[in-house]
Design a protein around this ligand. Structure first.
Ligand SMILES: [Zn+2]
Ligand SMILES: [Zn+2]
Ligand SMILES: [Zn+2]
Length: 739
């Protein structure tokens, strides 16, 4: 007898045993199956095959879905590790590894005809002229392709050219056009132009890094590629990838967010061609995801580029993982289980696959840098900018003094205004950074001091001037701006305070009537493709200034930006969180790094009320080592990562009292059952004490050896889930202890 241990797709936590019918051949671990469950049929995945079961009266598997395992053995091992380490149900981990679009094979898609030209544009033009008098219908068809070189849907040609199908078929026979069946929800039109590029000559430091990395291609080894902004990390990646491809192996390349990395993707396509690259991002339709996933599994795509969940790509013969901008917080899934960190999962996956992993960054996370200093990771340091560009000049501006000069609040220091004026006259570009969107960040009644807050969240409402509304940035609640105070009904308008990016944009136009601005924040990028559009407009000189939130801090390369103004980061420094300084240091370094990346020297102004804050000083001096030396001491003194592991238990429920009670009860359980070396903190409300109508409490646990308590965590989570409508969630290695 053969027994299959099956994990069901439903949230049921334990696995179930089923017998494999005798005549079934080729049943493998990782295959998708249908099984009987309490009189109905359920779907699941085979977790293991064994000879016997500890249960009697087993039912039999009903049906195998698909013809091959969807989850490979190494991904199963990884899933099991994630489930244990992050204290999450295995079924939820498998849901991330095998997204719904992929798990149900044989999905029917509506097919439509797509027509491509397979000759060059010049040939097309010549043919057009030749055919014009002899075969006018064919010429009309080719006209359409002169305007849409990437191809057109058949239905579109028929309409645009006003012809029947026969001239199109003739052109296909003549090998000028090609007709393909594509699925209707997939876009075969590639959005970016790209140009083939050749490997550049590496400088000495790049070469050393390259040599160091490729010397470990047949073993597990973590590499920290620590290169200042603009030092040419991407070129190192590209050449290492080239090397890996030659070995017949595949590569996973993780980025914080696909929409923010259009330039990198173009460089990849330029170097390796479009065919062997699969790009995964959250805006793919189900059909596109299905295609990409199978392209990867079949080995047609050898390079996967994607955000955090791309770490689970079923790539064949994995030979290298790259985590670019490894310090980025978006690699951590914080919202729902499994609350994994893709960088840490990447290191684990590389270990399971015996391949190297590169963590690249200009501002290493404290954890990674410590690992490098301790010799666990190989450290490769790129200290100079490639192409002889220089690091920018950074000046800190004390806004206390500027306020005094302006006799009140001002967004801009004199120096920054002069700088903007100068750049505009020279035709150079400017980035202005402010980490708050909207116009004003709060609205208060001058009579009774009532502040407009979200009815569902613990957050003040932001005023959006263009829409004349107040909106909540946590739950998207919106309401018209009240004419007078909703609390005391006093006459007169509310008083608005705090500046956001929308205000920056408006005020610039008031100061410089001819200025051309673009704004990049969550409000201007709600639609698919809007990031790319704004980047492109800015890069092609359609604006003098790009104003934005941290979206503009990411790895973009604008050669004519010579001035970066940081309008304010003080708020982020004041958050009571152990990672606040690290986050601000990274942000300042990243945003400063956008300046002076071309031939022209760059300048950066940091406006602050804390001009002597050491984090700001170190960032201004672009001195990571000093920052690290200071920060690591603080972490050690107060007992924070990387010296201990944190586990954050959060409780959310509609009734504040019940929620707090349950949290306190759980905390007492922790004190009783956890080993003595674990430090358990009291229950406190979360930084946002209420989100979307749910009250939130949390409790923190610190421990050095996390492995010791993992089984216990799993057990306590299982016993305490959904008690009295209060939801417990466990976050191992949380990014923040505040929110
Ligand atoms: Zn908003
Ligand atoms: Zn009032
Ligand atoms: Zn809200």
């Amino acid at each position: 007898m053969s027994v299959a241990e099956v994990i069901l797709d439903s949230s049921l936590e334990k696995t179930l045993d089923y017998t494999v019918p005798d005549h079934w051949n080729e049943v493998e671990v990782g295959m998708r199956v249908e099984v009987p469950l309490q009189g109905r049929t359920a779907k699941g995945t085979i977790l293991a095959l064994k000879k016997t079961s500890s249960f009697s009266h087993l039912k039999s598997l009903q049906k195998i879905l698909g013809d091959a395992p969807l989850v490979s053995q190494d991904l199963f091992t990884l899933a099991t590790w994630i489930s244990k380490y992050y204290s999450a149900p295995l079924s939820k981990v498998l849901k991330v590894i095998l997204p719904p679009a992929v798990r149900d094979e044989g999905k029917k898609h509506k097919m439509v005809c797509f027509v491509k030209s397979i000759v060059s544009k010049n040939t097309l033009r010549k043919l057009c002229e030749e055919l014009r008098s002899s075969h006018p219908a064919q010429a009309q068809v080719l006209d359409v392709f002169l305007f849409s070189p990437k191809g057109v849907f058949l239905s579109e040609i028929l309409e645009k050219a006003g012809v029947s199908q026969s001239p199109i078929k003739t052109l296909c026979k003549k090998q000028i056009l090609r007709m393909e069946e594509v699925q209707v929800d997939r876009s075969p039109i590639f959005s970016h132009e790209f140009f083939p590029t050749k490997p550049k000559t590496l400088n000495e430091e790049q070469q050393k890094a390259f040599d160091g990395i490729v010397s470990t291609t047949d073993q597990f080894q973590s590499h920290l590629l620590f290169g200042v902004t603009g030092s040419g990390k991407t070129e190192v990646y590209l050449q290492v990838i080239q090397h890996i491809l030659k070995l017949g192996q595949g590569v996973i390349y993780l980025v914080p967010e696909i929409a923010l990395t259009p330039q990198t993707i173009e460089r990849f396509k330029g170097r390796f061609g479009e065919e062997q690259i699969a790009i995964l991002h959250h805006r793919l339709s189900d059909g596109e995801r299905f295609d990409a996933w199978h392209k990867i599994r079949k080995g047609e795509a050898k390079i996967v580029i994607g955000a955090r969940s791309a770490i689970f790509s079923p790539i064949c013969h994995l030979g290298l993982i790259i985590v670019d901008e490894e310090h980025e917080n978006s690699f951590k899934q914080s919202e729902e289980a499994p609350k994994y960190h893709a960088r840490d999962v990447a290191v684990m996956r590389a270990k399971l696959s015996s391949c190297p992993v590169i963590l690249g960054t200009a501002t290493p996370s404290i954890e990674s840098y410590r690992n490098a200093l301790q010799g666990k990771y190989f450290l490769h340091h790129l200290t100079s900018r490639a192409d002889s560009a220089h690091l920018p000049q950074v000046t800190i501006i004390d806004m206390q003094i500027e306020f005094a000069k302006a006799k009140g609040f001002t967004l801009y220091s004199e120096k920054l205004l002069d700088g903007i004026k100068e750049r505009i006259s020279k035709g150079e570009q400017i980035l202005l950074f402010l980490n708050r969107r909207g116009y004003h960040t709060s609205a208060q009644c001058p009579t009774c001091s009532h502040v407009e807050e979200c009815p569902h969240c613990d957050l003040t409402l932001t005023y959006h001037r263009s829409e004349k509304i107040l909106s909540c940035h946590l739950c998207d609640f919106k309401k018209p701006t009240p004419r007078n105070c909703p609390s005391c009904h006093a006459d007169g308008p509310l008083k608005f305070k705090g500046a956001g990016t929308e205000m920056v944009e408006r005020s610039l136009h008031a100061l410089f009537p001819d200025i051309r601005t673009l704004r990049l924040d969550a409000d201007t990028t709600r639609h698919k493709g809007s990031h790319e559009r704004i980047f492109k407009q800015f890069r092609t000189g359609k604006a003098d200034v790009l104003i934005g939130t941290q979206m503009i801090a990411k790895g973009l390369h604008f050669p004519t930006v010579t001035l970066v103004g940081v309008l304010g980061v003080d708020g982020s420094l004041n958050i009571p969180d152990f990672r606040a300084s690290e986050n601000v240091f990274q942000l300042l370094t990243q945003v400063s790094g956008r300046s002076g990346r071309g031939e022209l020297l760059g300048e950066v102004f940091i406006q602050t009320h804390l001009p002597n804050h050491s984090t700001i000083l170190h960032a201004a001096n672009q001195d990571f080592e000093k920052f690290y030396a200071e920060e690591i001491e603080t972490r050690k003194m107060f007992g924070f990562p990387p010296f201990v592991h944190l586990v954050k238990f959060s409780f959310a429920g509609e009734e504040a009292k019940k929620c707090e009670q349950m949290a306190k009860e759980f905390q007492r359980q922790l004190i009783v059952s956890m080993p003595k070396e674990a430090e358990i903190h009291p229950v406190i409300p979360c930084g946002y004490a209420k989100i979307k109508g749910k009250y939130r409490y949390q409790c923190l646990l610190k421990i050095e050896r996390i492995q010791r308590i993992l089984p216990l965590l799993q057990k306590m989570r299982f016993e305490n889930k959904n008690r009295g409508n209060v939801r417990l969630s466990i976050d191992v290695d949380p990014l923040t202890t505040f929110y």
